[in-house]
Design a protein around this ligand. Structure first.
Ligand code: SF4
Length: 309
């Protein structure tokens, strides 16, 4: 992890600095940071988990954000967890395999096996310890699919709370264009702003975090947000834009939940509970960016498909 302790005004206490220094901003982002500071904001170096150590594999390319790293230089679950685990002789990774159900023993209080399906065949795996770790939606679905006579509403669900109060971030993208400045940065994702994260003059409640995304290209977000523009026009915007990820916390609601359909399909019901705060953050971001020269904006609220975290 690369970062710089003490820059983020919302940073909690920490016992030691980051293991590696913050990734330096490239020239456009350096200039943007100075402009933001000039307007009284507190931009900080975004902590980034890429292997940019001396001799590390990272080459700071432009496809980092939202893509797997072909050089295995990104500190993701594959690189940091799965591949090191597979180096152990007693670890086997079964791909293309669905964990269908957890089976309980006769007492109904212990897991006795996990029924899996692979290439159309079902069989049971048995172990001393089982770890359910399939993410918020699929862990819920596994527990609900495992209903039996002793647990008619699914495992660990005597309260009826399994799958309820489902929360994820409320996310938007904001592409801000300043026609007067060309953005020649390649690795763009080194800057974040938490000036709106805590209550203050902008709002009585926390409204969220702003961070730069990987540099957008003419064919992606801009094409989705401005489909009527020509490719040349989209390229012009991409060359002159700063691209932001806008992220607010959501609030719990028991009706936002994961359930199973009668055919076993997974259903996620999600209605934002903190949308007003998020829109306030979007407005604050736009005002902030206007104050440092941006004039055109493409905004997009991320739909339910963006269920990360
Ligand atoms: S994808 Fe990310 S981690 Fe991988 S080389 Fe590019 S910048 Fe580095």
């Amino acid at each position: 992890m690369h970062g710089r302790a003490g820059e983020d005004p919302t940073e909690p206490p920490r016992s030691s600095p980051y293991p590696f220094p913050a990734l330096p901003h490239e020239p456009y982002t350096t200039d943007l940071t100075e402009r933001l500071r000039g307007q009284g904001f507190h931009p900080f170096s975004l902590p980034v988990g890429v292997d940019w150590r001396e001799g590390g594999r990272c080459i700071r390319c432009f496809t980092c954000d939202g893509f797997p790293c072909k050089l295995l230089a990104k500190g993701d679950a594959d690189v940091c967890c799965v591949r090191p685990a597979l180096a152990s002789p007693n670890v086997q990774l079964m791909t293309q395999t669905l964990a269908r159900r957890l089976l309980t023993d006769a007492t109904g209080r212990r897991i006795a096996g996990v029924e899996v399906e692979r290439a159309g065949a079902r069989f049971v795996l048995r172990a001393g310890v089982y770890i359910v770790s399939c993410g918020a939606v699929n862990s819920t679905a596994l527990l609900l699919r495992s209903a039996n006579d002793a647990h008619p509403n699914g495992l660990a669900n005597s309260s009826g709370q399994v799958g309820r109060n489902y929360m994820a971030h409320i996310n938007s993208t904001l592409i801000a264009v300043d026609p007067a400045r060309e953005n020649g940065d390649t690795f763009h994702k080194t800057l974040a702003i938490n000036d709106f994260y805590l209550p203050g003059a902008h709002a009585k409640y926390p409204i969220g975090n702003l961070q730069i995304m990987g540099k957008i290209q003419a064919s992606g977000y801009i094409a989705a947000g401005r489909p009527h523009l020509s490719l040349d026009e989209r390229r012009r915007m991409a060359r002159h834009s700063s691209d932001w990820w806008i992220m607010s916390e959501d609030l719990p609601d028991p009706e936002n939940r994961v359930t199973l359909g009668s055919d076993g399909s997974i259903r996620v019901r999600r209605k934002f509970k903190n949308e007003a705060a998020h829109h306030r953050l979007v407005r604050a971001a736009e005002e902030m960016l206007r104050s440092v020269g941006y004039r055109e904006f493409i905004y997009q609220l991320m739909p339910i498909e963006t269920n990360s975290h």
